[in-house]
Design a protein around this ligand. Structure first.
Ligand SMILES: [Zn+2]
Length: 702
């Protein structure tokens, strides 16, 4: 790897942060350079710091260390991602023999220069103790390939030369910080410090020098490894293993089954679901079919820091079947074994350490599946992606490590200390109070006003939302509006035609590939047609029927196999219409097709109850769009209604408002709230209709 430091880039960079001291701006710039290279750090891994003099509110100068906030991503870090801490009080902690986790947390809280800054990195004390202005730290894959060898220390020495110090593993916090500073003081001329099973620290008075030392030593490690493994095969194929026949559909089916098998009830009784990320890259597929696969899954994380993201072990699945029920059994069994192993690990650690602590969930985060590659899980989509990336790097690094010599796993005791360290756990998403956290919702007709309103409310309730529409330009517009106001990773869009069953199936498969499955289905796509029966073109009737009736049927039908494989229930909320109970003249095609969809939904409620899938209907009336997203129905119907009643746009809205009992203007968001109510299982209700119309007696459900 090469240094990415460019003077001109840095000059442009500091101009962006005029209020930030130049030394800190330089720190941010080189931190981003480190973060941009996945062979150095992965999401939130690694940490960097700078020491400088800074004036307080009274104008007094203090020694301050700015260190990366815990869990912040180096590739995108900005001044707010760093925490300023008074340096001297932290340095004094070196005098202590030991420091409890709670007290260290407290010390790092009380010595911050701003109460608004994030929690500092768990390695803050180490950075503080070293005398250098700049300190850089990574868990670079190549360094771990060297340190995680049976004779790691000798290998590191041979690979990296004499200007480094090597330390055996110590728990992050005071023990590691003291170990590092003592070692440094013994060899003050060293360039870098390598910690077995952990990573590398470089340091200098100059940001560029510290960064380039990191690049130099990691490159040196890479070259050493490459030279020694270049003529060796990285893996041994297993002729007895064959990839499944239909790779694509097998991966998707498996993702759904895995997602279902790992969903589990929280203490509140609510089901906690995972999002899934699939990685079918060719080298991972080859690894999954190799003799080494089993050992890769059993030999643990590359560095304890990864355990909070991936747990220590991966699940290996050697073969899968075409039959869904058998597949569920295979996966359930594998998950059960994993859980038992995890519980054994937990029990033996708390017993040995004599501590009392609450056990984390015992579910796996990574599955390596023969012929299919890697499947990763996370409580948020971001967590699933992080776990997947770490899994990919781990598999690749272990193959290289095995080819180089003999991979030596890290002790469970070290893993446990890191996994159960509260500062580490703070990085992870706790159980969410949001009603639909963990769920995947699909809305057809997502490019229209009501689809937009439903998507907004489902996102606010915590779901990941997939909008679908046949009209790609409307779809993209709504997608960008949603992504503007919500975490982008929680919005997906996919175009398909609801009248074409194969297209719907394909669309649902794609959603499962991206997210692992579907929990909430909202058939909402609809078109309108104004014509008296006398004038109604039979072909046009077919069209309306195809979208409004068949289109509801296709998405309900296509969701059933997914609900079955997941085995975690689900919700279908059909967006029906006030017209089902209270139809109007010249609106037969629309009303009849919606009535048909309504009837299918009621029957689906009866048929799917045994799967725990509830089917309910929402009957809106007079939902106009807004200036951002118009309603397709009112674009068509509005002009004629305005003409016949002699009203303008505003007048028409007012007319419909006055028509209902509550004199309410019905908004797309109201329809969204009704969907959230049903989808969040707040009442044991299925087959019901909820009007969202301001109260129209003729349309009261009966
Ligand atoms: Zn570290």
């Amino acid at each position: 790897m090469e240094s990415l430091f460019r003077k001109e880039d840095f000059t442009a960079f500091i101009a962006k942060y005029p209020a930030c001291p130049e030394e800190l701006a330089l720190r941010i710039y080189t931190s981003r350079l480190i973060g941009s290279s996945s062979s150095l750090v992965l999401h939130g891994g690694g940490n960097t710091s700078v020491k400088l003099k800074q004036k307080n509110i009274l104008g007094e100068k203090n020694d301050v260390i700015h260190i990366k906030g815990s869990g912040k991503d180096l590739s995108t870090i900005d001044p707010d991602g760093f925490v300023g801490l008074y340096l001297n009080p932290l340095r004094k902690l070196r005098r202590l023999e030991s420091l409890t986790e709670t007290e260290m947390d407290n010390q790092l809280q009380i010595h911050r220069i701003s109460s608004l800054s994030p929690d500092p990195s768990v390695e803050a004390l180490l950075h503080a103790f070293l005398p250098h202005k700049y300190v850089d730290h990574t868990h670079a894959d190549s360094i771990l390939v060297l340190t995680n060898q049976k004779h790691g220390e000798a290998v590191v020495k041979e690979a990296l030369g004499t200007k480094i110090a090597i330390l055996s593993y110590a728990a992050s916090g005071l023990p590691l910080a003291k170990g590092v500073i003592e070692e440094y003081e013994k060899h003050p001329d060293i360039d870098a410090l390598v910690i077995i099973n952990h990573g590398i620290f470089t340091f200098a008075e100059d940001a560029r020098v510290s960064y380039e030392k990191m690049v130099y030593y990691v490159s040196k490690a890479e070259e050493y490894i490459e030279k020694r493994i270049q003529n060796k095969p990285l893996m041994t194929p297993r002729p007895d293993l064959a990839p499944p026949k239909n790779l694509d559909s097998s991966l998707i089916r498996l993702a759904q089954v895995v997602r279902g098998a790992c969903a589990h009830p929280e203490p509140s009784g609510r089901l906690r679901r995972f999002y899934v990320e699939t990685r079918p890259e060719p080298d991972l597929v080859n690894a999954s079919l190799a003799k080494e696969a089993k050992q890769i899954c059993r030999s643990g994380v590359l560095t304890p820091d990864h355990a909070i993201r991936t747990k220590n072990m991966m699940v290996y699945i050697e073969s899968i079947t075409e039959n869904d029920e058998d597949l569920k059994q295979i996966v359930n069994q594998a998950v059960e074994i994993f859980k038992n192993d995890y519980q054994r690990y937990f029990q033996s650690q708390v017993k040995t350490k004599g501590i009392e602590i609450k056990e984390l969930d015992p579910y796996p985060r990574l599955f390596l599946v023969a012929g299919l590659g890697l499947i990763a899980l996370g409580f948020t989509r971001k967590e699933a992606r992080i776990a997947a990336d770490i899994g990919v790097h781990t598999i690749r690094a272990k193959l290289r490590a095995e080819a180089l010599g003999e991979y030596s796993p890290i002790s469970e005791s070290h893993i446990f200390d890191m996994e159960y360290w509260s500062l580490q756990q703070k990085k992870m998403a706790g159980p969410s109070s949001l009603l639909l956290q963990g769920q995947v919702a699909v809305i057809t007709g997502g490019g229209g006003a009501i689809g937009f309103g439903i998507a907004k409310q489902l996102l606010t309730a915590g779901a990941v939302v997939v909008i679908s529409d046949i009209d790609n330009s409307r779809l993209q517009k709504v997608h960008s509006l949603l992504a503007e106001n919500h975490d982008e990773s929680r919005v997906e869009s996919i175009a398909f035609d609801v009248t074409d069953y194969q297209a719907v199936e394909k669309g649902f498969a794609e959603i499962s590939r991206r997210l692992g499955g579907i929990d909430i289905v909202v058939p909402n796509a609809g078109i309108a047609l104004v014509a008296k029966i006398e004038d109604l073109d039979p072909n046009k009737l077919d069209q309306v029927m195809a979208v409004n009736l068949k289109g509801a049927f296709t998405v309900i039908k296509a969701s059933i196999p997914i609900f079955k494989r997941q085995g975690t229930g689900g919700n279908i909320v059909v967006i029906s219409s006030k017209n089902v109970f209270d139809p109007g003249v010249a609106f037969s095609a629309y009303s009849a097709s919606k009535a048909g969809a309504h009837q299918i939904a009621k029957i689906a409620a009866m048929e799917l109850a045994e799967l725990g899938v509830r089917v309910n209907m929402v009957n809106p009336d007079a939902v106009f769009g807004d200036e951002k997203v118009s309603s397709g129905l009112w674009d068509l119907v509005g002009p004629e209604r305005m003409k016949s009643r002699g009203l303008d746009t505003k007048g028409l809205r007012e007319y419909y408002r006055q028509r209902n009992l509550l004199k309410a203007q019905v908004l797309a968001e109201h329809v969204g709230n009704a969907v959230v109510f049903f989808a969040s299982d707040q009442t044991p209700t299925t087959g019901a209709t909820l009007p969202v119309d301001g109260g129209i007696p003729a349309a009261f459900p009966r």
